[in-house]
Design a protein around this ligand. Structure first.
Ligand SMILES: Cc1cc2nc3c(=O)[nH]c(=O)nc-3n(C[C@H](O)[C@H](O)[C@H](O)COP(=O)(O)OP(=O)(O)OC[C@H]3O[C@@H](n4cnc5c(N)ncnc54)[C@H](O)[C@@H]3O)c2cc1C
Length: 362
């Protein structure tokens, strides 16, 4: 499986076409026209400037754990981000601000924070991919999301041709979204995280995690204990990359949890009828987030659904669409369409994909 820590950076001239399947956790995707590995921020900026000069489309790729790349591949330059570096840039009695290079493997950074006694990202243990990609969809899990600890994002703005430093307010963080997602305007070069000096986790918000830890929600536990519990919960759902486990050959959750207004939620309850009430998370603003996994399962797409020889729902997690080997991106998208349309027919709710679809659509 692609592991962002596994490769030494090799930089220089772009090379000829290369299959992108080797660089995605789905192990799917056709060739790029040109391919370049960059080892630091300056090389990242330079490669994008040169591509703009040649009028070439650019795809920024890091861990490849949140992309679905077309079988036809990408008709331009793929820039593979492999920059490294973690350093403290500010501290006071209570907090430490750490600047992390975009290509730094996310889970290595989480492990570092735990060793350093810094609290705030421990529940995001085990998420694959790079640190620079975490602001893109405001990565979140088990009651935490990076928007809570990011204090700045340094990015190259392709429109103004400048390196800018964005405060959180300028990042437009939302549920699995930000100004960076579905826009190639800004390329993240580094991210600053402001973390609390504490041997204890942030208060545990997620009920399933609290149960696993044997504490009440709102309690705090030693950082390492939180990490161990999260990793165990994730592994049980195939949500930690494991080259020997085809259930992890995915992009994690394929669909986001739909967010419904009050009328749409009432309509859903009416249509659910005997299927019962879906797990949901009401927001003070009046909207309700509903479990996509529940909708998919109750629409008849249960764990393992699909073709075990090509693509299928994970046997461990209803939200993960997995490549079992021998499949194509077209197969995966066909399965995703079948699920989306089946859920809509049963419940009247439209599911939206969480990963970025490259040169293809649902
Ligand atoms: C098993 C598994 C479990 C997962 N669990 C979770 C989870 O719990 N929570 C969660 O939120 N996500 C989860 N994900 C999704 C994924 O790991 C995250 O979204 C991760 O942050 C993607 O990082 P990446 O480096 O792999 O990005 P890539 O897949 O390489 O890229 C994703 C998108 O970000 C863009 N991008 C990447 N780097 C940059 C950059 N430096 N500047 C600008 N754009 C950039 C790419 O162009 C692309 O559009 C999971 C995925 C898998 C496979």
């Amino acid at each position: 499986m692609p592991d962002v820590s596994a490769e030494a950076p090799t930089t220089g001239e772009p090379t000829s076409p290369r299959s992108l399947a080797a660089y995605t956790t789905l192990r799917l995707g056709g060739p790029s026209r040109r391919f370049l590995t960059v080892g630091d921020a300056a090389e990242t900026v330079q490669s994008i400037r040169e591509a703009a000069f040649d009028d070439q489309p650019v795809l920024i790729l890091a861990g490849g754990s949140n992309v679905v790349v077309a079988d036809a591949g990408f008709p331009g330059l793929v820039v593979l981000v492999r920059s490294r570096g973690v350093r403290v840039v500010a501290e006071d009695a209570e907090t430490v601000t750490v600047r992390v290079a975009a290509g730094e493997p996310w889970d290595d950074f989480v492990a570092y924070t735990i060793d350093a006694g810094l609290s705030g990202v421990e529940c995001l243990s085990g998420i694959p991919g790079s640190s620079g990609a975490t602001p893109i969809q405001n990565v979140g899990a088990y009651g935490q999301e990076v928007a809570e600890t990011i204090s700045a994002v340094e990015a190259y703005d392709r429109v103004t041709d400048e390196v800018v430093r964005l405060a959180p307010a300028g990042c437009g963080f939302a549920y699995r979204g930000s100004v960076f997602k579905h826009s190639d305007r800004r390329v993240v070069l580094s991210v600053d995280f402001r973390l609390a000096r504490s041997p204890l986790s942030a208060p545990v918000r997620y009920a399933e995690l609290a149960r696993a830890l044997g504490v009440a929600t709102g309690d705090r536990v030693p950082l390492a204990q939180a990490r161990t519990a999260v990793l165990a919960l994730r592994a049980g759902k195939g949500m930690v990359l494991d080259p020997d486990d085809p259930d992890t050959r995915s992009v994690g959750s394929f669909f986001t949890n739909p967010v419904l207004d009050a009328a749409a939620y009432e309509a859903l309850l009416g249509r659910a009828g005997a299927a019962g009430e879906p797990p949901s998370w009401p927001d003070p603003s009046g909207v309700v987030k509903v479990s996509a996994a529940w909708l998919i399962d109750r629409a008849g797409f249960t764990k393992g659904y699909g073709d075990p020889g090509t693509v299928a729902i994970s046997s461990k997690h209803t939200l993960a669409l997995t490549h079992r080997g021998g499949g194509t991106t077209a197969d995966l998208l066909a399965l995703a369409r079948e699920i989306r349309d089946g859920v809509h027919a049963r419940f009247g709710v439209t599911l939206h994909p969480e990963p970025v679809l490259v040169n293809c659509e649902l």
